[in-house]
Write a protein that binds this ligand. Structure first.
Ligand code: HEC
Ligand code: HEC
Length: 339
């Protein structure tokens, strides 16, 4: 049945041009997971906006943009300045100042399996897609990060001066004549971000049926985790994608800043715990230097003597291959030339 459909798609492509080509690419995108629709990076392909289908050319463009400081006002800051691959695309700082030195407000989160996560960010239910979220760092003013608000057109001008970018945009957006503008840059960034997929930890191997992938201690930790943590840190990405208050309310009111509901004060989205061992410091304000501190900051958990086992389990969530995957790193060349 699937073969018959693929055949039809090919015939349709032959007759209806570029739009169908883009759709066909999306149908063929290999997520390295099953093909059912759903919200679990273990078993199902993620949702992709209909107006931003995946293609290898778009991902290559998005990857170059992710590492390009021309997306910031003074050319000093790329996405990767704060989102470093070796830290699972978090960084080692409590918070990170913006391109104009405005202080950061919140800890830089890891970026992985984002295609399956919604809403995005610590506490903003409006950030339902990567396409929307990209304007927070580029244009946002709370805090100012890349400081391009009011300078969106400048992005197109800067990138358009580079002949290789002109080629890359043409290939990535053949239907729109390869227009080089902010909207297309954001779509390409989102396509690249959807390829930040981490499913190669010991815990993944265990979940996929390899019983000896976890040490005995990590296995004990998993039992503790299921008892104390999995009500919120649930599913294959270890988040229920819901907002909770786990500790005392500080100066950052979290979800209530957006919802204006008093009961939401101090609530944050449950973070994914993938690669958690390499993303210190922790919590929305980066106030917890170690994993043990982050766990202790939750009220009402009964961990006690189980802490070493629990930490062994959390360490099994690290995916070394992801942290060094050359497909996700700073690109060394584009258009057949060294960058
Ligand atoms: C100055 C540092 C900085 C820069 C530069 C930056 N980010 Fe972020 N990023 C953050 C912080 C801090 C957050 C959390 C913000 C919040 O929740 O309020 C975040 C959150 C995110 C998230 C949400 C992750 C999740 O788990 O929900 C995504 C996606 C993201 N950034 C992508 C990008 C992209 C793409 C760029 C470049 C266009 C970028 N970031 C540039 C600091 C940065
Ligand atoms: C009631 C839901 C809930 C439970 C239960 C829970 N957590 Fe959390 N966890 C959260 C939320 C929400 C945050 C973010 C809090 C913040 O930043 O202020 C968080 C943050 C964390 C962090 C920091 C993550 C980061 O990226 O900074 C770690 C580590 C963590 N939890 C581990 C655990 C462990 C281990 C357990 C069980 C012993 C547990 N949590 C139980 C909801 C929960």
């Amino acid at each position: 049945m699937r073969h018959a459909l693929a055949g039809l798609a090919l015939i349709a492509t032959a007759f209806s041009g570029v739009l169908a080509v883009e759709r066909q690419d999306q149908g063929r995108w290999n997520w390295g997971v099953g093909t059912d629709s759903g919200m679990d990076s273990g078993t199902a392909a993620p949702p992709v906006p209909a107006d931003n289908p995946m293609s290898a050319d778009k991902v290559a463009l998005g990857r170059r943009l992710f590492y390009d400081a021309d997306l910031s006002i003074n050319g000093t800051m790329s996405c990767a300045t704060c989102h470093e691959q070796r830290h699972a695309f978090a960084d080692g700082n409590r918070t990170h100042p913006g391109a104009l030195d405005d202080p950061g407000r919140r800890n830089v989160p890891a970026l992985q399996n984002l295609a399956w996560l919604s809403p995005l960010t610590w506490a903003d239910p409006r950030q339902t897609t990567l396409e929307k979220q990209a304007s927070v760092p580029i244009l946002g003013d709370h805090p100012v990060e890349m400081a391009m608000q009011g300078h969106e057109a400048e992005i197109g001008h800067r990138l358009g001066r580079d002949p290789c970018y002109r080629t890359m945009f043409r290939k990535a957006f053949p239907g729109d004549g390869g227009r080089i503008d902010y909207a297309h840059a954001v779509k390409a960034l989102a396509a690249f971000e959807r390829t930040l997929i981490s499913r190669g930890s010991d815990w993944d191997r265990f979940t996929d049926g390899q019983a000896d992938a976890l040490s005995a201690e990590a296995g004990q930790g998993l039992a503790v985790f299921r008892r104390e943590c999995a009500s919120c840190h649930s599913g294959r990405d270890l988040t229920d994608m819901q907002f909770h208050r786990v500790g005392p309310v500080g100066s950052d009111h979290g979800l209530a800043e957006i919802s204006a509901v008093p009961g939401d004060v101090g609530k944050f989205r449950t973070p994914s715990l993938r690669n958690i061992a390499v993303t210190a410091p922790y919590l929305h304000d980066g106030s917890a230097p170690t994993l043990a501190d982050a766990i202790a900051a939750h009220e009402g958990l009964a961990v006690g003597d189980d802490m070493p086992a629990l930490l062994a389990f959390l360490n099994s969530l690290t995916d070394r291959a992801f942290l060094a995957d050359p497909r996700l790193s700073l690109p060394m060349e584009a258009c057949g030339r060294r960058l």
